[in-house]
Structures are given as structure tokens and as C-alpha cells.
Write a protein that binds this ligand. Sequence first.
Ligand SMILES: Cc1cc2nc3c(=O)[nH]c(=O)nc-3n(C[C@H](O)[C@H](O)[C@H](O)COP(=O)(O)OP(=O)(O)OC[C@H]3O[C@@H](n4cnc5c(N)ncnc54)[C@H](O)[C@@H]3O)c2cc1C
Length: 450
Amino acid sequence: MSEGQKQSVAVVGAGLAGTSAALGFVDLGYDVTIYSDKDRDALRNKVPPTGVGVLFGASRDWDAKIIEDLYEIGNTTGISVRLKSGSGDERADVLEFNPDFGYVAQAVDLRLRGDDRLGRFLERGGKLEVGEVDDDRLDAIAASHDLTLVATGKRGLADVFPIDDARTHYREPQRKLLQATLQGVGDGPEVFDYRSREGGKHAVFNLDAENGEIYVGPFHHKDIGLSWSFIVFAKPDGEWAAKIDGATDNASARQVLVDIFREYFPNDAPVVEKLQVIDADPYSWLKGAVTPTVRKAVSTTKNGHVVAAIGDTAIAVDPVAGQGAQGSLIQVADLLAAAKDHEGEFTAEWLSAQFEKYWESRGKAAVEVTRLYLGDPDYADHLELSFPAASVNSDVASALFGLLSDPNPLLTLETRDDVLGFIGAVAGEPADDVLAKFEPAGQFSSAAVA
Ligand SMILES: Cc1cc2nc3c(=O)[nH]c(=O)nc-3n(C[C@H](O)[C@H](O)[C@H](O)COP(=O)(O)OP(=O)(O)OC[C@H]3O[C@@H](n4cnc5c(N)ncnc54)[C@H](O)[C@@H]3O)c2cc1C
């Protein structure tokens, strides 16, 4: 680069991570090109959103460093949690709780978030080149830019970055996933009012000990605005996994949801039955699975040019703890802040140091809180103690869901005694006293009456 010339940045992939990084580097004064396999219209209108992308609290502060907050719909302030187990006559309501998060969670269509970023990026002089990037093209791109970021998601060019075996706990997906967005119900206090007096201001999280989990929450759809987003996290050996196979379009995805609710959570079924597909958006559903994977986020192309991974390309987590989009934004915002103060080349050493900082400050905790919510056996004590404690103490419940906003406190809870100490500290009384109050629900209460 000759003196006075702007440093150039290439961003491959225009999902949330790519558009966020591209906008941020343009705003720092770099000459930025996005290389995307899809044009702007296709990114917004011809693909499903990669996920629901709820930003649980703290990550919104990092996002605000990239773009102003443009959205008012899709905000929740807490979550109504219910756990059931067993089947047939043995099926039982086990526990419930309904904490305030203590923060605002925001669920906005990732296609809209991406398009808003892309629009600003183009207005501010960024360039978009459309065409799939393969290994040869990546090599050429990296040769002609000062910094090349790869943001092609879980697949794409992810294999350029070797899997980090020491940080990757699973070799296969832990849940089969079905995501769908439906319309026709508001987010006022009357929605789900039998679960929570906050109604539609609290999301819904249903757990089934044998079959998996279901998240339901108000959502800002890119075209119609207020809608409701669903994610079924089906355990591979549970009964829901086969049901997900029946989803082939948005109508059958809705039907799978209705069927699951009628059979497993009948109290909620009347609300779900009222919700309808968004005809104008045939891409408002998604099914699949994520193999949770951490990669070595700095690599080289075949001719030795340095490339760095961001977003899901670097760390892909199962969405059960909602960490993927959040982590992507934090990784990008921290990289931008470091680049602002950086002089000289973007060497492999510098880029690796940035990733290590991100891993220590968020990435590792995001991976671990996901393992907690997946019910990994390493967290058996944590789950056995924290869910009953949460059901009898709202501060413990808030702390449990506070981990979605900041998962780092989990890293301090290594032993059963650590967890008991944490429960005691949060509840303000000995953990044993808290846990002694727990009795299985028997039957869920009516929050409206309570
Ligand atoms: C069901 C589900 C629910 C989720 N819910 C949440 C949540 O509540 N909270 C949260 O924080 N996270 C959530 N996530 C995770 C979140 O959606 C992802 O972490 C995030 O969207 C990843 O963004 P990305 O930009 O890294 O990847 P992507 O969105 O996958 O973007 C990659 C882009 O690169 C393009 N591309 C691919 N290959 C090439 C190529 N060779 N050349 C050029 N372009 C290419 C793709 O077309 C795409 O546009 C969820 C995920 C799922 C599956």
C-alpha cells in the first residue's frame, strides 16, 4: 500500500457478521469490498434468516458500536419457563418459573439487520461484488487486500480454518432444529396470560425432559413487523426429531408446531393455533442442525495469504442458548475497536491475538453456556440444582437467564459447591434452604389468577 492510500479490507459473506464488519471498517475509513454469493435482494428476500438472532441484553451494547438501534418490535423483558417430563399417564408438570431478565432481549429478523447494515455500507462508499468465492478466488482476494475476513457461516469456506479439537466438544449436532415465524397474534398482556402477567412481553421456553426444548417469542419480521418466532430444539433420539422431518414449507412447518403443542403442551396450543403463516415470505421457516464447532480462526490460503474467520465461521454453537449472533457482533465490534488503534499490517499474529482475546472474553463462555442449556453431562450438577432453585427463587431464575446476556459467570462455577455457593449468594440465604422449598409443580399454576 502506498502512502496516503486507504488500507483495503475484503469481507467474504454478507450475513450478520459480514455486513457488520464491512460497515464498521467503512466507518473507520477503510476501502471495503464485500464478496457475497447473493445479491442484496436475494440476501433480504430469497433466503430464510440464519436464525432467530435474539440479542439478549449485553450484546446490544456491542451492536450499538456498529449501528444505531433501529427497531422497537420484538423486545422481551423476561421468560416464562415450564418443564414437563414423561409420556402418557406418567406425563407430569415438573417446574415453572417466570423471571424478569433484568435486561431487554431483542428479536429482529437477521435479514433486516443485514440489509440495514448493507444499505448503510453501500451509501458510505462500500462495494459489493456478487459471486460465490471458492478457494482460488479467496487466494486472489486475500492477495490484493490488506485484510481479508471470512464470514461465510457454518459451511461456505469454513474448512479453510481447521477445527480446534481442544475447544470443540461435539462431533455431531446435539439438536435437530425447526425455526418458523408466524403472524396473527399481538404481543400484549393478553397473550399467554395464563402463564405470565407480562403476557407477550415475556418469551416462552418449554422444556420436555425427553424430547427437547421450544422457544417462542415476539419477533420483528422484515416485512410485516410484529410476528412470533418459534424454535424447536429436538433431541435426536426424542419423538420431536422425526416430526421435524415433516416440515417441507412454511405451512407444514406451522402444522408440525401445532401438532407438537397439542400433544406435549396443550395449554399453549390455542395461542399457537391462532397463528398463521406469512404467505408473502415463503422463506419464513428453516430446519437443520448445527454441529457445535470452534475453529482456529486465522489461516492462510494456498499461496500463503492470511485470512481470518468471523461469526459462525469461527465459532458455531447450537442456538439453544442464543449465543451465535450475539457472539458474532461482539467479536466484530471488538475487532473494529482493536483495528482503530492498530498501525501497520494485519499480520497472522495480530489477528490471532484478537481472536484469543475474544475467546477469553466471550467465546469460551458462549460455548460453555450452550453446553449447560444442552444438558451436557458435565453440567449435571448445575442443572440439577439451578432449575429447582430457580423455580422457588426469582433472583436465581433471573441469574440463570442472565447467563444468556453475559455467560462469563458460568466459568467460575466449576464444582457442585460452587453452584451451591452461587445459589446462596444470589438468593441471600443458604442454597440448602432454597432447595428445600422445591416441590414438583404437579400442575402448572394460572399466572393470571396468581
Ligand atoms: C434456529 C436458529 C436460531 C438461532 N437463534 C439465535 C438467537 O436467538 N440468538 C443468537 O445470538 N444467535 C442465534 N442463532 C445463531 C445466528 O443465527 C448465527 O450465529 C448468525 O446468524 C451467524 O451469522 P454469520 O454472518 O456468521 O453467518 P450466515 O448468516 O450464515 O452468513 C453467511 C453468508 O455467507 C454467504 N456465503 C456462504 N458461502 C459463501 C461463499 N463461498 N462465497 C460468498 N458468500 C458465501 C451466505 O450466503 C451468507 O449470506 C440461531 C441459529 C439458528 C440456526
